[in-house]
Design a protein around this ligand. Structure first.
Ligand SMILES: Cc1ncc(COP(=O)(O)O)c(C=O)c1O
Length: 436
């Protein structure tokens, strides 16, 4: 391996100084495992970063990317098309919640969020309701890192350094309620009424000023928060009552994570717009997308036919490599039945996870499908440090997890076997006991 000073690379969402003192390097990946440059095996407890749902190094995907690079490296997406972009949209619509039958491509989850927010605003304007300019997010929400996303997002560290953000944004309450719901298996019983907070904002701003509400069906980056039973249904009803669009950000829940292709299907609630990324290409090539209902798309399709209908898009929208990777990814998911496999594995996963109850500092465990959150009590004056120490201990033991605040998040590849689940939980138990 070539050497470098580690100096020039400013790493994203990383404690740069600490990392560069003791780097955690990954060099290879196959199936459920990474390997370090020294050849040490590391079990992947988080599908890379909620991306690699089919496991690493899947041959069909590798081949599709290599062949596409040789056949056609790039095609401009503005006023031009290529067959795989259309074929992929057809395949995506087949597995999407019914009614979400239009697909707009982006290159990441953050871009998908910006795109969905812009579609929502432009849709209302195109229909003659241009007063609907407000966007509503939720406290503790994560919608990527661009300005729209951090404006509707609700994680203070992601917002406080960046000025006034978008104007006209408000937030409904988050759904974390450990007093009533701690150690719930699956959806918590209490808190459907928290959706009524949207009525408070409607009363404050008037529905005629509100364009859309965006939520993650299961919030991931804020520490794995599940929707209380009936909550998403209630949100849907309130949006319908007031003509507000409902956007589900499925960047982490999409592509089988909760036991159905999308969380909208798991929870039986269909949004008007839905953002995806990550699992769309199994993490192999950057790609995101927004699904839209027919009526939203159709509202744009007026005026002279030679005019562009929606002034938005990216140079790399529908990139040929990304489309080839996504098509091969969907095939791989179908070959292995991965889009519903979390349903088969969730009982074992749930039991294993909840066996950690009673270990020191474990104050809550939350899970659905193949997503798990283990919340630890914060050390006094050092928020996030206890979980980070568990992360470091796991890394030393050969397990990659993720932490956010003092919550450990698990989202393993959907190819996981029972013995991997047991290994993850045993390693975590050792780490949690060792890290006081
Ligand atoms: C719900 C949600 N939305 C958006 C994003 C942003 O995606 P990206 O990092 O690809 O921009 C993420 C990333 O974790 C996410 O979890």
């Amino acid at each position: 391996m070539s050497t470098s000073s580690l100096d020039a690379y400013w790493m994203p969402f990383t404690a740069n100084r600490l990392f560069k003192k003791a780097p955690r390097m990954l060099a290879r990946a196959e199936g459920m495992y990474y390997r370090t440059p020294e050849g040490r095996e590391v079990l992947d407890g988080v599908a890379g970063l909620w991306c690699v749902n089919a496991g690493h190094g899947r041959p069909k995907i590798v081949k599709a990317i290599a062949e596409q690079a040789a056949e056609m490296d790039f095609a401009p997406p503005f006023q031009m098309g290529h067959p795989k972009a259309f074929e992929l949209a057809d395949r995506l619509v087949e597995i999407a919640p019914k009614g979400l039958n239009k697909v707009f491509y982006t290159n990441s989850g953050s871009e998908a969020v910006e795109t969905a927010l812009k579609i929502a605003l432009a849709y209302h304007r195109a229909r003659g309701e241009g007063s609907r300019t407000r966007l509503i997010g939720r406290e503790r929400g994560y919608h990527g890192v661009n300005f729209g996303g951090i404006s509707v997002g609700g994680i203070v560290a992601n917002r406080k350094m960046f000025g006034t953000l978008l104007t006209g944004v408000d937030h409904i309450r988050h759904t974390h309620d450990p007093a009533r719901n701690s150690f719930s298996v699956g959806q918590p019983a209490h808190g459907a009424d928290l959706a009524d907070d949207l009525e408070r904002l409607v009363a404050l701003h008037d529905a005629s000023t509100i364009a859309a509400v965006i939520v993650e069906p299961v919030a991931g980056s804020t520490g794995v928060l599940l929707p209380p039973q009936g909550y998403l249904q209630r949100l849907r009803e309130i949006c319908d009552k007031h003509g507000i669009l409902l956007i589900f950000d499925e960047v982490i829940t999409g592509f089988g994570r909760t036991g159905q292709p999308f969380a909208a299907q798991t929870f039986g609630v269909t949004p008007d717009l839905m953002t995806v990324a990550k699992g769309l290409t199994n993490g192999c090539v950057p790609m995101g997308a927004v699904f839209a209902k027919q009526a939203i798309h159709d509202a744009f399709m007026n005026g002279p036919e030679h005019l562009i209908e929606f002034f938005h898009g990216y140079t790399y929208s529908a990139h040929p490599l990304a489309c080839a990777a996504a098509l091969a990814t969907l095939e791989t998911y179908a070959d292995d039945g991965l889009l519903t496999r979390a349903t088969d594995m969730q009982d074992h996963f749930s039991q294993a996870l909840h066996s950690l109850k009673g270990l020191p500092h474990v104050i809550d465990i939350r899970n659905i499908g193949l997503v798990g959150g283990i919340e630890l009590a914060a050390r006094s004056g050092e928020p996030g440090k206890r979980a980070f120490d568990v992360f470091l201990d796991c890394w030393e033991q050969g397990l990659m997890i993720r932490t956010t605040g003092d919550t450990i998040a698990l989202s393993p590849p959907l190819i996981i076997q029972a013995e991997h689940i047991d290994k993850i939980v045993d390693t975590l138990a050792t780490a949690i006991k060792r890290v006081a």
